[in-house]
Write a protein that binds this ligand. Structure first.
Ligand code: DGL
Length: 266
Protein backbone atom coordinates (compact mmCIF):
# COMPACT_ATOMS: atom_id res chain seq x y z
CA UNK A 1 0.00 0.00 0.00
CA UNK A 2 1.26 3.46 -0.90
CA UNK A 3 -0.95 6.53 -0.42
CA UNK A 4 1.28 8.94 -2.34
CA UNK A 5 -0.25 10.47 -5.49
CA UNK A 6 0.22 9.50 -9.12
CA UNK A 7 1.61 12.39 -11.17
CA UNK A 8 0.29 13.03 -14.67
CA UNK A 9 1.55 15.69 -17.06
CA UNK A 10 0.86 17.02 -20.53
CA UNK A 11 1.20 20.26 -22.47
CA UNK A 12 -2.41 21.14 -21.68
CA UNK A 13 -5.85 19.55 -21.73
CA UNK A 14 -4.92 16.31 -23.50
CA UNK A 15 -3.59 14.45 -20.48
CA UNK A 16 -6.99 14.84 -18.83
CA UNK A 17 -8.06 11.91 -21.04
CA UNK A 18 -5.49 9.78 -19.19
CA UNK A 19 -6.47 11.25 -15.80
CA UNK A 20 -10.14 10.44 -16.49
CA UNK A 21 -9.28 6.88 -17.57
CA UNK A 22 -7.15 6.38 -14.47
CA UNK A 23 -9.86 7.78 -12.23
CA UNK A 24 -12.31 5.27 -13.70
CA UNK A 25 -9.93 2.33 -13.34
CA UNK A 26 -8.52 3.31 -9.93
CA UNK A 27 -11.01 5.62 -8.18
CA UNK A 28 -9.15 5.48 -4.85
CA UNK A 29 -5.86 6.90 -6.15
CA UNK A 30 -4.72 10.47 -5.55
CA UNK A 31 -3.73 12.37 -8.68
CA UNK A 32 -1.57 15.44 -9.24
CA UNK A 33 -2.08 16.78 -12.75
CA UNK A 34 0.22 19.30 -14.40
CA UNK A 35 -0.78 21.07 -17.63
CA UNK A 36 2.13 22.98 -19.13
CA UNK A 37 -0.32 25.28 -20.89
CA UNK A 38 2.20 28.14 -21.13
CA UNK A 39 4.19 26.04 -23.60
CA UNK A 40 1.43 24.30 -25.59
CA UNK A 41 1.72 22.96 -28.29
CA UNK A 42 4.61 20.57 -27.65
CA UNK A 43 4.05 19.13 -31.13
CA UNK A 44 5.69 22.18 -32.73
CA UNK A 45 8.89 21.93 -30.63
CA UNK A 46 12.27 20.49 -31.57
CA UNK A 47 13.56 17.23 -30.11
CA UNK A 48 16.19 19.11 -28.08
CA UNK A 49 13.51 21.32 -26.56
CA UNK A 50 11.33 18.31 -25.78
CA UNK A 51 14.20 16.56 -23.96
CA UNK A 52 14.52 19.58 -21.65
CA UNK A 53 10.75 19.95 -21.24
CA UNK A 54 10.37 16.26 -20.34
CA UNK A 55 12.97 16.53 -17.57
CA UNK A 56 11.46 19.76 -16.22
CA UNK A 57 7.94 18.31 -16.11
CA UNK A 58 9.16 15.15 -14.38
CA UNK A 59 11.14 17.14 -11.83
CA UNK A 60 8.18 19.37 -11.13
CA UNK A 61 5.91 16.41 -10.41
CA UNK A 62 8.55 14.62 -8.34
CA UNK A 63 8.71 17.72 -6.10
CA UNK A 64 5.18 16.66 -5.01
CA UNK A 65 6.61 13.29 -3.84
CA UNK A 66 4.54 11.26 -6.30
CA UNK A 67 4.96 7.47 -6.36
CA UNK A 68 4.54 7.06 -10.11
CA UNK A 69 4.31 9.33 -13.17
CA UNK A 70 2.33 9.04 -16.38
CA UNK A 71 3.79 11.17 -19.15
CA UNK A 72 0.35 11.62 -20.72
CA UNK A 73 1.82 13.10 -23.84
CA UNK A 74 2.61 11.24 -27.06
CA UNK A 75 5.06 13.94 -28.09
CA UNK A 76 7.19 13.57 -24.97
CA UNK A 77 6.79 9.77 -25.01
CA UNK A 78 8.07 9.49 -28.58
CA UNK A 79 10.87 12.06 -28.35
CA UNK A 80 12.19 11.63 -24.83
CA UNK A 81 11.72 7.95 -23.95
CA UNK A 82 15.21 7.73 -22.43
CA UNK A 83 14.52 10.67 -20.14
CA UNK A 84 11.35 8.93 -18.96
CA UNK A 85 13.02 5.54 -18.52
CA UNK A 86 16.00 6.85 -16.57
CA UNK A 87 14.05 9.14 -14.22
CA UNK A 88 14.32 8.06 -10.56
CA UNK A 89 10.52 8.04 -10.05
CA UNK A 90 8.97 5.12 -12.02
CA UNK A 91 7.44 6.63 -15.16
CA UNK A 92 5.53 5.38 -18.17
CA UNK A 93 4.64 7.16 -21.39
CA UNK A 94 1.67 6.55 -23.68
CA UNK A 95 3.56 5.16 -26.68
CA UNK A 96 4.27 1.56 -25.71
CA UNK A 97 0.89 0.84 -24.06
CA UNK A 98 -0.98 2.31 -27.07
CA UNK A 99 1.10 0.45 -29.64
CA UNK A 100 0.74 -2.82 -27.72
CA UNK A 101 -3.04 -2.50 -27.94
CA UNK A 102 -2.84 -1.67 -31.66
CA UNK A 103 -0.70 -4.76 -32.30
CA UNK A 104 -3.61 -6.94 -31.12
CA UNK A 105 -5.96 -5.70 -33.89
CA UNK A 106 -6.75 -8.78 -35.97
CA UNK A 107 -6.76 -9.03 -39.78
CA UNK A 108 -4.45 -7.60 -42.39
CA UNK A 109 -6.01 -4.22 -43.20
CA UNK A 110 -3.65 -1.30 -42.63
CA UNK A 111 -3.27 0.22 -39.18
CA UNK A 112 -3.37 4.00 -38.70
CA UNK A 113 -1.54 6.23 -36.25
CA UNK A 114 -2.26 9.92 -35.74
CA UNK A 115 -0.08 12.11 -33.54
CA UNK A 116 1.57 15.51 -33.44
CA UNK A 117 4.13 16.67 -35.97
CA UNK A 118 7.02 16.12 -33.54
CA UNK A 119 5.79 12.58 -32.73
CA UNK A 120 5.47 11.52 -36.36
CA UNK A 121 8.86 13.11 -37.14
CA UNK A 122 10.47 11.07 -34.34
CA UNK A 123 9.15 7.88 -36.00
CA UNK A 124 8.96 5.99 -32.71
CA UNK A 125 5.26 5.08 -32.94
CA UNK A 126 5.78 3.59 -36.42
CA UNK A 127 8.97 1.72 -35.47
CA UNK A 128 7.38 0.14 -32.41
CA UNK A 129 4.30 -0.97 -34.36
CA UNK A 130 6.46 -2.33 -37.21
CA UNK A 131 8.43 -4.31 -34.66
CA UNK A 132 5.28 -5.90 -33.20
CA UNK A 133 3.42 -6.32 -36.53
CA UNK A 134 6.08 -7.00 -39.16
CA UNK A 135 4.77 -6.75 -42.72
CA UNK A 136 1.50 -4.95 -41.81
CA UNK A 137 0.87 -1.71 -43.67
CA UNK A 138 1.00 1.34 -41.41
CA UNK A 139 -0.34 4.81 -42.22
CA UNK A 140 1.04 7.45 -39.84
CA UNK A 141 -0.23 11.01 -40.13
CA UNK A 142 0.66 14.24 -38.32
CA UNK A 143 -2.35 16.38 -37.37
CA UNK A 144 -0.87 19.77 -36.42
CA UNK A 145 -4.23 21.57 -36.57
CA UNK A 146 -5.93 19.48 -33.90
CA UNK A 147 -4.23 20.64 -30.67
CA UNK A 148 -4.65 24.41 -31.28
CA UNK A 149 -8.32 23.81 -32.14
CA UNK A 150 -8.90 21.69 -29.03
CA UNK A 151 -7.10 24.14 -26.75
CA UNK A 152 -9.24 26.97 -28.10
CA UNK A 153 -12.49 25.12 -27.45
CA UNK A 154 -13.31 23.71 -30.90
CA UNK A 155 -14.19 20.27 -29.61
CA UNK A 156 -17.84 19.69 -30.57
CA UNK A 157 -18.33 16.98 -33.21
CA UNK A 158 -20.37 19.47 -35.29
CA UNK A 159 -17.91 22.35 -34.99
CA UNK A 160 -17.34 23.37 -38.65
CA UNK A 161 -13.62 24.19 -38.25
CA UNK A 162 -12.95 20.94 -36.46
CA UNK A 163 -14.94 18.92 -38.99
CA UNK A 164 -12.96 20.45 -41.83
CA UNK A 165 -9.63 19.77 -40.09
CA UNK A 166 -10.59 16.16 -39.34
CA UNK A 167 -11.69 15.50 -42.92
CA UNK A 168 -8.58 17.11 -44.35
CA UNK A 169 -6.15 15.40 -41.96
CA UNK A 170 -7.65 11.93 -41.97
CA UNK A 171 -8.59 11.54 -45.66
CA UNK A 172 -5.50 9.38 -46.41
CA UNK A 173 -6.34 7.02 -43.53
CA UNK A 174 -9.92 6.67 -44.76
CA UNK A 175 -8.78 6.01 -48.32
CA UNK A 176 -6.33 3.35 -47.14
CA UNK A 177 -9.17 1.42 -45.43
CA UNK A 178 -7.55 1.21 -42.01
CA UNK A 179 -8.92 -1.30 -39.48
CA UNK A 180 -8.00 0.80 -36.43
CA UNK A 181 -6.58 4.20 -35.59
CA UNK A 182 -4.29 4.93 -32.66
CA UNK A 183 -4.95 8.32 -31.08
CA UNK A 184 -1.25 8.83 -30.40
CA UNK A 185 -1.73 12.33 -29.01
CA UNK A 186 -3.67 12.46 -25.77
CA UNK A 187 -5.58 15.54 -26.90
CA UNK A 188 -7.25 13.56 -29.69
CA UNK A 189 -9.47 11.57 -27.32
CA UNK A 190 -11.32 14.84 -26.72
CA UNK A 191 -12.41 14.91 -30.38
CA UNK A 192 -12.98 11.16 -30.74
CA UNK A 193 -16.60 11.71 -31.77
CA UNK A 194 -15.64 13.97 -34.67
CA UNK A 195 -13.04 11.41 -35.77
CA UNK A 196 -15.50 8.53 -35.55
CA UNK A 197 -18.13 10.48 -37.46
CA UNK A 198 -15.69 10.88 -40.34
CA UNK A 199 -14.11 7.40 -40.38
CA UNK A 200 -17.25 5.45 -39.51
CA UNK A 201 -17.84 3.14 -36.58
CA UNK A 202 -16.15 0.23 -38.40
CA UNK A 203 -12.74 1.74 -37.62
CA UNK A 204 -11.69 0.98 -34.05
CA UNK A 205 -10.25 3.99 -32.21
CA UNK A 206 -7.50 3.05 -29.77
CA UNK A 207 -6.82 5.60 -27.04
CA UNK A 208 -3.17 5.77 -25.99
CA UNK A 209 -4.38 7.52 -22.83
CA UNK A 210 -6.61 4.64 -21.86
CA UNK A 211 -3.91 2.06 -22.63
CA UNK A 212 -1.44 3.99 -20.45
CA UNK A 213 -3.92 4.16 -17.56
CA UNK A 214 -4.38 0.40 -17.78
CA UNK A 215 -0.61 -0.13 -17.84
CA UNK A 216 -0.23 2.12 -14.77
CA UNK A 217 -2.88 0.12 -12.91
CA UNK A 218 -1.15 -3.15 -13.68
CA UNK A 219 2.24 -1.78 -12.64
CA UNK A 220 0.98 -0.48 -9.29
CA UNK A 221 -1.11 -3.54 -8.50
CA UNK A 222 1.70 -5.97 -9.28
CA UNK A 223 3.92 -4.16 -6.77
CA UNK A 224 1.28 -3.63 -4.10
CA UNK A 225 1.63 0.16 -4.45
CA UNK A 226 -2.03 1.12 -4.77
CA UNK A 227 -3.74 3.36 -2.21
CA UNK A 228 -5.04 6.86 -1.66
CA UNK A 229 -8.23 8.73 -0.89
CA UNK A 230 -9.42 9.58 -4.39
CA UNK A 231 -8.30 13.23 -4.35
CA UNK A 232 -7.06 15.15 -7.39
CA UNK A 233 -5.12 18.41 -7.62
CA UNK A 234 -4.68 20.26 -10.90
CA UNK A 235 -1.98 22.79 -11.80
CA UNK A 236 -1.24 24.75 -14.91
CA UNK A 237 1.60 26.99 -16.03
CA UNK A 238 -0.98 28.96 -18.03
CA UNK A 239 -4.07 30.88 -17.04
CA UNK A 240 -5.63 29.01 -14.10
CA UNK A 241 -9.15 30.36 -14.73
CA UNK A 242 -9.15 29.35 -18.38
CA UNK A 243 -7.72 25.93 -17.66
CA UNK A 244 -10.20 25.32 -14.83
CA UNK A 245 -13.16 26.23 -17.06
CA UNK A 246 -12.02 23.97 -19.90
CA UNK A 247 -11.10 21.08 -17.58
CA UNK A 248 -14.44 21.35 -15.76
CA UNK A 249 -16.25 21.17 -19.09
CA UNK A 250 -14.27 18.14 -20.22
CA UNK A 251 -14.40 16.19 -16.96
CA UNK A 252 -18.00 17.11 -16.17
CA UNK A 253 -17.28 18.38 -12.66
CA UNK A 254 -15.85 21.52 -11.15
CA UNK A 255 -12.07 21.75 -11.28
CA UNK A 256 -10.12 24.56 -9.61
CA UNK A 257 -6.58 24.53 -10.90
CA UNK A 258 -3.66 26.25 -9.23
CA UNK A 259 -1.08 28.28 -11.13
CA UNK A 260 2.61 27.33 -11.26
CA UNK A 261 5.22 29.64 -12.80
CA UNK A 262 6.11 28.87 -16.43
CA UNK A 263 9.50 27.22 -16.94
CA UNK A 264 12.16 28.41 -19.38
CA UNK A 265 14.03 26.16 -21.76
CA UNK A 266 17.67 26.73 -20.83
N1 DGL B 1 -1.11 15.95 -25.78
C1 DGL B 1 0.25 15.90 -26.22
C2 DGL B 1 0.55 14.68 -27.01
O1 DGL B 1 0.03 13.64 -26.64
C3 DGL B 1 0.85 17.19 -26.68
C4 DGL B 1 0.19 17.88 -27.80
C5 DGL B 1 0.84 19.21 -28.09
O2 DGL B 1 1.05 19.99 -27.15
O3 DGL B 1 1.18 19.45 -29.26
O4 DGL B 1 1.29 14.65 -27.92
Amino acid sequence: MDNRAIGIFDSGLGGLTAAAALRELMPGENIIYFADSARVPYGAKSRDELLIIARQDLELLSSFSVKFIIAACGTVSSNASRVLESFPVPTIGVLKPGIREMSLIPGDSPLGIIATQASIRAGAFRRELERLCPGREIIDLPCPRFVPLIESGHTGADDPELKEAVEHSLAPAKEAGIAALLLGCTHYGIIAQAIENFLGSGVKLVSASHSAAQAAKLWLEQRGLTGGSGEALYYTSGDAGEFSAAASRLLGREIRAGHLPPMDIK
